[in-house]
Design a protein around this ligand. Structure first.
Ligand SMILES: Nc1nc2c(c(=O)[nH]1)N[C@H]1C(S)=C(S)[C@@H](COP(=O)(O)O)O[C@H]1N2
Ligand SMILES: [Mo]
Length: 428
C-alpha cells in the first residue's frame, strides 16, 4: 500500500471518532496532520538554542531599569516547569553591572586570621573534591512588589516572587579551603569580596561557612553564567541572596563583622517602631501559586493548581491552599524529591465552577515556620521595611476567568515602602 493511501485511510479511520470529527470541523486538524514533513530539518549545532517560538519566555526587566547597571530582574516563574531555573532565566541582581572575567586570570585569595594565606586559580579549585547540590537563591527584596499598599492590580507571579531561582550548583565546600589555610582559634567571621566595580562585601559567620557554603563554579551542569558570578561565586544555602557574593575575589578571615556598606545601607530590616534589625540572613518560608496567577485567564472545569514553595530553614513539609481567604485549607501534593533549602513544586487538582474565588497558598517548613497574612506582616513591620516580605499572595479569579492580584488594601497605610532591591523603582 502506498504511504499516501495509508495515511488517508488512517486519517479517515480516526475521523470516525465523534470527538475528533468535531475537532476536524473546528479546523483544529486534518488527515494531513499525520503526514511526515517533506523537507529535511536543520543540521547539528555546537550549542543548542531553544525553539524560536519560546522567545517570549524571558526575565522581566522593569522599564524603569532597562539601562541601569545597578538593578534587579525577575525569573518568569509562571512560565517555568519543574523546579530547576534554566540558566538564561535565573533572576539577576547586580550593584555595579556584570564584569567579564577571564578564567585564566582568575585568582581567589584567602587571608587574615589563617595559618597560611592561600591563592587559588580556577584549575586549583576544580581539583578539590566537588559537591553538587540543589539550592534556591532569593533576594532579600523579593516580594517587594507585593508589599505595596494599595496592592498593584497588574501583579504577576513573576513580579510578586521572581527574585528567586533554584539551581543545581557544583563547587568546592568552603570548609575544605578554610581547613587548607588553617583557621586561627580566635577567628569568627569571613569577609568575602567580589571583583565587581563596587567591591561588593558582606560579613559571613565562620560557623555557616564550615556547615554547607559552596565555592561554586558550575550552574545546572555548565560553567556559571557571567550574571551569576562567572567564574566563581559563593552559594550560602537558605540565606538571603545578598550574602552569596559573586565574582568572588578574596575572603578575609576576621574575629568581627565589617558592617560594610552592602550590609548597612541595604539589607537591614527597619521595624514598625523604627528599630533596625541587621543580619537577618535566613529566608523565611515562601510559596507562590504560578497557575492560575496574575494576568492569566482560565475556563470553568478541571485545573491543576500549581506553584513553588521554599524555605531557608530546611525542607518544606506542607503547602496549603485556601479558597475562602484562610477560613479553611486543603493540603496540596508536594512533588518528590523534597530537598532542603530548594524549590519544591506543589499541585492540587481543582474543578472551577465559574464563580468568583480568591486563592491563597501557605507553606510550612521543618522548623515549624509558616507565612503570615498580609495584615500580620504589615502589623509587625509597618511600612518602613523593604526586605523579607513573605506574606501570603492572593489571586482573585473573576467570573470571566481573568486572574488578578487578590491582596486586599490595608487601611492606615497611605502607600508601601519606596525603592530598594526588589522594587522596580530604585533609590540606590
Ligand atoms: N559581587 C557581587 N555579589 C553579589 C551582588 C553584587 O552586586 N555583587 N548582589 C547580591 C545580591 S543582592 C543578590 S540577591 C544575589 C543575586 O544573585 P544572582 O544575580 O545570581 O541572581 O547576588 C549577590 N551577590
Ligand atoms: Mo539581593
Amino acid at each position: 500500500m502506498d504511504r499516501r493511501r495509508f495515511f488517508k485511510l488512517l486519517g479517515g479511520g480516526i475521523l470516525l471518532s465523534p470527538l475528533l470529527r468535531a475537532r476536524a470541523q473546528q479546523g483544529l486538524w486534518d488527515a494531513k496532520t499525520l503526514e511526515p514533513l517533506k523537507a529535511l530539518g536543520t543540521p547539528l549545532s555546537e550549542y543548542g538554542e531553544r525553539a524560536s517560538f519560546e522567545a517570549e519566555v524571558v526575565r522581566y526587566i522593569s522599564p524603569n531599569l532597562r539601562t541601569r547597571t545597578s538593578g534587579a530582574d525577575f525569573a518568569p516563574l509562571e512560565k517555568l516547569n519543574g523546579v530547576i531555573t534554566p540558566n538564561g532565566l535565573h533572576f539577576e541582581r547586580h550593584h555595579g553591572g556584570v564584569p567579564q572575567v577571564d578564567p585564566q586570570a582568575y585568582r581567589l585569595v584567602i587571608h587574615g586570621m589563617v595559618g597560611q594565606p592561600l591563592m587559588f586559580t580556577l584549575e586549583d579549585l576544580k581539583r578539590f573534591p566537588s559537591t553538587t547540590r540543589t539550592y534556591f537563591i532569593e533576594c532579600a527584596g523579593n516580594g517587594q512588589n507585593g508589599y505595596r499598599n494599595p496592592p498593584d492590580p497588574n501583579l504577576t507571579a513573576t513580579r510578586s516572587r521572581g527574585l528567586a531561582s533554584n539551581v543545581s550548583w557544583t563547587g568546592v565546600p568552603l570548609a575544605l579551603l578554610l581547613k587548607e589555610a588553617g583557621i586561627k582559634p580566635e577567628a569568627r567571621w569571613l569577609i568575602p569580596e567580589g571583583m565587581d566595580a563596587v567591591a561588593y562585601t558582606r560579613s559571613l559567620p565562620l560557623d555557616k561557612a564550615m556547615e554547607d557554603v559552596l565555592v561554586a563554579y558550575a550552574q545546572n551542569g555548565e560553567a556559571l553564567r557571567p550574571e551569576q558570578g562567572y567564574p566563581v561565586r559563593l552559594v550560602v544555602p537558605g540565606w538571603e541572596g545578598s550574602i552569596q557574593v559573586k565574582w568572588l575575589r578574596r575572603i578575609l578571615v576576621t574575629d568581627l563583622p565589617t558592617m560594610s556598606k552592602d550590609e548597612t545601607s541595604e539589607y537591614t530590616d527597619v521595624m514598625a517602631d523604627g528599630k533596625v534589625f541587621a543580619f537577618t540572613w535566613i529566608m523565611d518560608p515562601e510559596s507562590i501559586i504560578t497557575y492560575p496567577s496574575g494576568l492569566q485567564q482560565i475556563k470553568p472545569g478541571f485545573h491543576e493548581i500549581r506553584g513553588l514553595a521554599w524555605s531557608g530553614y530546611g525542607r518544606i513539609t506542607k503547602v496549603q491552599i485556601s479558597f475562602d481567604e484562610g477560613k479553611t485549607w486543603r493540603e496540596a501534593a508536594l512533588e518528590a524529591p523534597v530537598e532542603r533549602r530548594a524549590f519544591v513544586r506543589f499541585k492540587l487538582p481543582w474543578n472551577w465552577d465559574g464563580k468568583e474565588v480568591v486563592l491563597w497558598s501557605r507553606a510550612w517548613d521543618e522548623a515549624g515556620h509558616t507565612q503570615p497574612t498580609r495584615g500580620e506582616f504589615f502589623q509587625k513591620w509597618g511600612r518602613n521595611n523593604r526586605y523579607h516580605y513573605n506574606a501570603i499572595q492572593a489571586w482573585r479569579i473573576a467570573a470571566d476567568g481573568r486572574v488578578s492580584n487578590g491582596d486586599r488594601p490595608l487601611s492606615g497605610l497611605a502607600q508601601g515602602p519606596s525603592g530598594g532591591c526588589g522594587g522596580e523603582v530604585f533609590d540606590v
